[in-house]
Design a protein around this ligand. Structure first.
Ligand code: SF4
Length: 373
């Protein structure tokens, strides 16, 4: 926290309006899962075989200067030199979130040493059935839980990373928070899924109105035992209590193709250097306010959490709202009632698909009306 605070204050004192908080470093796109909502694993085989070298990773980290580095992918534990990459980043005093589905975590743990700079951010999308369906692999949940147990027992920092899609049952998500808390994870991260047009399952992406409803049901009436390693203001944004514009430069992405424009989710070209990314991207063309249809439904943390962090440090009001948000329970009677509402089945029977499509059209119209309002 102190590292982030001092970094942001330094950037502001230097008059920098656009600065990165977290580098999204994708050293490979290869994965040992094929999740239905993933937009990263559809590349041709020759691309899936490629890896960034540790030197390329260090160059990107040095150019960018962000205090935190998130390593998604693909599955980073499949990178043949992931231990060297992590070692080099720790030597640079970067806080690393190594994002993993944990299928290989137990067998690869010996490559790493516990460090305050290294956190395994384990991808778990909810309770057993929901997670296994989301990652299209039976038994995926047990393997993830096994990996978490082992890493916690060996003294590593472990968090979870949960992406929620339409059909998520808020009650079940809250039970999942209890399970993860009992496992000893130090924090949980949440985000709505982004509707990648390459993802095989296009039916279960959430629109903005449904995202706010779902997160209000999940995050209101909060238990004191739950710990989230996200900005409390970003969680309030997901619950519909705040409005933020996107900050796509807050979490820039470097991968096999270079610096991706403008953000982790979209691919509107690549820059060779971080400086070129910052100078040549037409930032005004992105975010919900821009009218860009690719951004219309996005509430993903890689675009909006940096906006919340900026708000946190822009005024005393933002700062006190953050402190209050750390301890607030967000009592909300209506949200309690939402927990008892029937949930659309995730495994939609074939006969219901037409019905669902018609419902999606109605939902899209409702969201459009809400956005223009
Ligand atoms: S709104 Fe979402 S998709 Fe659009 S630039 Fe921001 S993060 Fe990227």
């Amino acid at each position: 926290m102190w590292t982030v605070v001092s970094y942001v204050l330094k950037q502001r004192a230097a008059g920098n309006k656009r600065y990165p908080l977290v580098l999204m470093l994708e050293p490979l796109f290869r994965c040992n899962l094929a999740c239905a909502g993933c937009g990263k694993i559809q590349y041709p085989a020759h691309v899936l075989k490629m890896n960034l070298t540790p030197e390329q990773c260090f160059q990107a980290v040095d150019e960018c200067g962000a205090p935190m580095v998130s390593i998604p992918g693909g599955e980073p534990l499949m990178h043949p030199e992931i231990d060297k990459i992590v070692e080099g980043l720790i030597a640079r005093k970067k806080y690393i979130y190594l994002c993993t589905n944990a299928l290989l975590l137990k067998e690869k743990l010996h490559l790493f040493k516990p460090s305050k700079y290294l956190t395994f951010s384990v991808h778990v999308d909810g309770e057993k059935d929901h997670h296994d369906f989301s990652v299209c692999r039976e038994g995926g949940f047990e393997l993830a839980v096994d990996g978490i147990r082992e890493a916690v027992a060996r003294g590593f920092r472990v968090t979870t990373n949960t992406t929620l899609f339409d059909g998520a049952d808020p009650k079940s998500v809250r039970d999942f928070f209890d399970q993860m808390t009992a496992l000893g994870v130090e924090g949980m991260m949440l985000s709505p899924g982004y509707s990648y047009d390459k993802a095989p399952d296009q039916q279960h992406f959430l629109g903005r109105a449904r995202t706010r409803r779902l997160f209000r049901a999940i995050l209101s009436n909060r238990k004191a035992s739950w710990r989230f390693n996200m900005s409390p203001l970003f969680l309030e944004f997901l619950m519909g209590k705040r409005h933020y514009a996107c900050t796509p430069w807050g979490m820039p992405t470097y991968n096999l193709f270079g610096w991706q424009k403008p953000c982790y989710l979209l691919q509107d070209g690549y820059a060779d250097t971080f400086a070129e990314l910052m100078e040549s991207t037409r930032w005004e063309n992105y975010g919900t306010e821009s009218g860009n249809p690719k951004c219309a439904n996005c509430m993903v943390h890689s675009g909006y959490e940096a906006s919340a962090v900026h708000d946190q440090f822009s005024s005393w009001k933002g700062f006190f709202a953050t402190v209050r948000g750390q301890f607030a329970k967000y009592p909300d009677e209506a949200a309690l009632r939402m927990l008892d509402e029937p949930v659309k089945p995730v495994h939609a029977p074939a006969g219901l698909v037409q019905l669902e499509k018609a419902q999606l059209k109605v939902n899209a119209k409702e969201e459009e009306a809400e956005v223009s309002a």
